[in-house]
Write a protein that binds this ligand. Structure first.
Ligand code: BTN
Length: 240
């Protein structure tokens, strides 16, 4: 699935995911949007993503006739693996974890989040993978109590190096994935870093809270929760 990287770098946008929508609607060839800051960065659900200078804010537009809607849960997990590998490359053996579906934690505090949107244009599906990584802590209004920053663990870090590594990992892993043929190997890799795998967790799903044992991720990327007498599978939700 090797594709050419067409990068558009902005000083400021509302949200790189919104900018991606504008590119799709104007049939542009751009597939990576990068911004130094965002004025209305979006998180999952109704959350905002604070986006001052010093963070990495980018979106990838994935469009491929062989990718369909059923691939999205897998793409969510592999996107998380891509970001995880990127962060680990710079932070070595710091305590980095992947929290299902696609948050990355460092020492139990969030260091990255991913927001995936889809947009149909001329009957073709475009997947927008929006990635935010807390790289530099210097100018941030974000609270250190809640978030981790890469420069706490590596003082030589800069945003562009992280972005270029991210693109490299993206191209590697999406090629390896091969439209799902090798999803299981990538999932196993992701599971080595999974937060609370094998432990009792609470999943919030459609405003409901369900407790159980986080036993696995299935072949489509769903979380498998074991309760006393049944097994539940989640394709979305939040883990506590
Ligand atoms: C989350 O954890 O809730 C997801 C956060 C995703 C933030 C990134 S920053 C780049 C892209 N543009 C956005 O507006 N959001 C995503």
């Amino acid at each position: 699935i090797m594709k050419k990287n067409n990068i558009n770098h902005y000083e400021i946008v509302d949200s790189t995911n919104n900018e991606a929508i504008r590119h799709i609607n104007s049939n542009s060839k751009t597939n990576w949007i990068l911004a130094d800051r965002q004025i209305s960065g979006k998180g999952r659900g109704d959350n905002k993503w604070e986006s001052p200078f010093g963070g990495l804010y980018c979106s990838h537009i994935l469009r491929d006739d062989n990718i369909n809607h059923n691939h999205i849960s897998q793409i969510s997990i592999i996107s998380s693996l891509i970001v995880l590998k990127t962060i680990i490359f710079f932070l070595n053996d710091s305590e980095v974890k992947a929290k299902w579906p696609n948050d990355i934690l460092c020492n139990n505090k969030k260091i990255s989040g991913i927001l995936i949107n889809t947009l149909y244009k001329n009957d073709k599906m475009n997947i927008i993978i929006g990635i935010g990584i807390n790289v530099l802590s210097q100018s941030l209004t974000k609270s250190n109590a809640q978030y981790s920053f890469m420069d706490t663990y590596n003082d030589k870090i800069n945003v562009l190096d992280v972005f270029h590594k991210l693109i490299e990992e993206f191209n590697n892993i999406i090629t390896k994935w091969d439209y799902g043929k090798n999803f299981n190997g990538l999932r196993d890799n992701w599971m080595k870093y999974a937060y609370k795998l094998g432990q009792e967790i609470t999943v919030k799903h459609n405003d409901e809270f369900i407790e159980g044992l986080f036993s696995n991720i299935d072949e489509t990327g769903n979380l498998i929760l074991k309760l006393n007498n049944k097994i539940l599978r989640f394709n979305t939700g939040e883990v506590f």
